[in-house]
Ligand binder design. Structure first.
Ligand SMILES: *Cc1c(COP(=O)(O)O)cnc(C)c1O
Ligand code: SF4
Length: 340
């Protein structure tokens, strides 16, 4: 080159970041300087529910520290393989609420569309870790039928893109679907529940904004951020882009032992969400899914924790403490014990 300049660095696409996710237990242990002696148990747990974590999430973890709150959410561990009474494969009875492929209709007035079966990250506590996504992989015919289902039920006022992770779908797919839904007069709102931008903030592109925000429907995005360390500058930039496009951004978290069960973790999460204009919406107690018992925090402890938050934060930064109960038409609010 004439002036000895170097070519500008192309930003890496989210698709490449997704494709390059770490799925090999040995590679993850090496990447984070973790004890190689962990390999047999990590491999055994990953055989039940595979390891998957993208690099932009790994960079936010401390090396060589098994107690890192982000690592704990994705590292397969031996405890997952213990059989625990009361912890089952389908704790929410979603297979029963699966009205037709791709549709989960269990909340009044809103309907969940399983837009994409895939996830960018495999969270060890996930209540859908045993969900039969393969049966919910939709072809064009299924999409037409799902849209027909929405069109034929005037009680559906809100469509919620769900998954897997709905943002694992292409912008083209999302743009088409959103246009079709916006053409159904009784649908008034669109919502997206996603963890993908938390692990790959590069997913929030102008193409995605155009796909989601190009219709009459107001858009809400509910991020699934569990810890303040997840909100790095790249995610903050992604949130800014969403808010500039008039997207209402909320957060829901799961209360997880060893990840965010201390008061200081919850305060830090709420404060940093508030700094970026994201409202903490829900704090879920763990769904009792097989393999996740080691994350459980009792309801009594949860209600005291949120009670302490109420005395330290403005009300709008305190999430609602809820449990998801099979067969209920919404989340069940849990009592909060006011604490000093
Ligand atoms: C709770 C929940 C909903 C519905 O939430 P509401 O805000 O109560 O309507 C949709 N998607 C996911 C993933 C949820 O956890
Ligand atoms: S991103 Fe959500 S659906 Fe996917 S594994 Fe994590 S918690 Fe489960």
């Amino acid at each position: 080159m004439i002036h000895g300049s170097i070519a500008p660095v192309e930003p890496v696409s989210w698709q490449n970041l997704l494709a390059d996710s770490v799925t090999d237990p040995a590679a993850l242990l090496r990447r984070l300087d973790l004890d190689p002696a962990l390999l047999p148990q990590v491999t055994a747990a990953a055989a039940d529910f595979s390891l998957r974590v993208p690099e932009p999430y790994i960079v936010r973890m401390r090396r060589g520290d098994l107690t890192d709150p982000l690592l704990r959410q994705i590292l397969p561990v031996g405890e997952e393989l213990l059989d625990q009474p009361g912890y089952v494969s389908d704790p929410l009875g979603e297979e029963a609420a699966n009205a037709r492929p791709g549709i989960i209709h269990k909340y009044a007035g809103r309907l969940l569309l399983v837009v994409s079966a895939g996830c960018a990250v495999n969270c060890r506590y996930c209540f859908r870790r045993h969900f039969p996504y393969e049966d919910n992989r939709l072809g064009t015919d299924d999409w037409i039928k799902a849209l027909e289902y929405i069109r034929n039920d005037p009680s559906i006022r809100e469509v919620i893109y769900s998954g897997g992770d709905p943002l694992a779908a292409s912008d083209r797919r999302l743009a088409w679907l959103t246009k079709e839904i916006a053409a159904i007069p009784h649908v008034r709102r669109l919502r997206v529940h996603t963890r993908l931008p938390v692990v790959i903030p590069q997913r929030i592109t102008h193409g995605l904004i155009d796909a989601l925000c190009g219709t009459r429907l107001p858009v809400t995005m509910v991020l699934h951020c569990n810890h303040a360390n997840e909100l790095d500058t790249q995610l903050a930039q992604a949130v800014r882009t969403l808010r500039q496009a008039q997207v209402m951004v909320l957060n829901q978290a799961v209360l997880l032992r060893g990840v965010n069960d201390r008061l200081e973790d919850q305060l830090a999460l709420s404060e940093i969400l508030g700094d970026h204009g994201v409202l903490p919406y829900y704090l879920h107690v763990l769904d009792r899914v097989r393999g996740a018992k080691h994350f459980d925090v009792s309801e009594a402890e949860a209600s005291q924790l949120v009670g302490r938050m109420l005395t330290r934060l403005p009300g709008f930064l305190v999430p609602r403490l809820v449990r998801e109960v099979a067969g209920e038409h919404g989340k069940v609010p849990l009592p909060v014990e006011l604490m000093d």
